[in-house]
Design a protein around this ligand. Structure first.
Ligand code: SIN
Ligand code: FE2
Length: 208
């Protein structure tokens, strides 16, 4: 395993998952999306739809609506059902990489079509910032951008490929980050063009 250090303590592990592991994980995500369909998240206040589609697994899921903004909840906003469990392979991955004594509580599943992107933002809807955020990329390559704790801090961009892991830990836990673009057709992992990103997170205080 080759870990590359990025500014502010962020870590990038290229090709952490091999092709077979990626295929198995995509199959698990397909099952999750069957039970817990992808939905189109809406920006708070404006109600503008985001370009990614999302779902979750784990005890809690991240959702956003025009009326109630960003939050974590135990049920799917459309079906009202609890989110499916986090696949074991992801719990194992967290155990290996997170350096944190408790399991993740939320796994956000983002699906990017070829034209989707995600603006610069901080992950700050959690109460527990001691735990890292671990992100896993599957499918087409994307251009990922990461800066510092202020929106005005300089940013660095690099390409995340299928199987790559990114760890937002230490100071980088609160770093602004986003996805500027997808490079369609750069991976054959998914049946269609696009990219899946999974983010594992702790939401509440330790012991929850
Ligand atoms: C996110 O910040 O929620 C997603 C990041 C990514 O897609 O790599
Ligand atoms: Fe994020």
């Amino acid at each position: 395993m080759q870990i590359q250090d990025l500014p502010n303590g962020a870590k990038w592990v290229p090709k952490y998952l091999d092709r077979t592991e990626q295929e198995a994980l995509v199959e698990e995500i397909r099952q999750i999306a069957k039970e817990s369909p992808l939905f189109i998240p809406k920006m708070p206040k404006t109600g503008k739809p985001m370009s990614v589609r999302m779902t979750n697994c784990g005890p809690l899921g991240w959702v956003t609506t025009k009326e109630r903004g960003y939050r974590y909840q135990a049920t799917h906003p459309e079906t009202g059902k609890p989110w499916p469990e986090i696949p074991k392979v992801l719990l194992d991955l967290w155990k290996t990489l997170a350096d944190y004594p408790h399991q993740p509580q939320a796994c956000l599943v983002n699906f990017y079509e070829s034209s989707a992107k995600m603006g610069l933002h901080q992950d700050k809807d959690e109460e527990d910032f001691a735990a890292p955020v671990i992100s896993i990329s599957l499918g087409d390559t994307c251009l990922f951008r990461i800066g510092g704790e202020s929106r005005r801090d300089p940013t660095k961009s690099f390409k995340l490929e299928s199987g790559d892991i990114m760890l937002l830990t230490g100071k980088s836990r609160m770093a602004f980050h986003g996805v500027d673009r997808i490079y369609p057709g750069t991976s054959t992992l998914l049946k269609q063009e696009g990219r899946i990103n999974l983010t594992l997170r702790r939401v509440g205080g330790s012991g929850v």
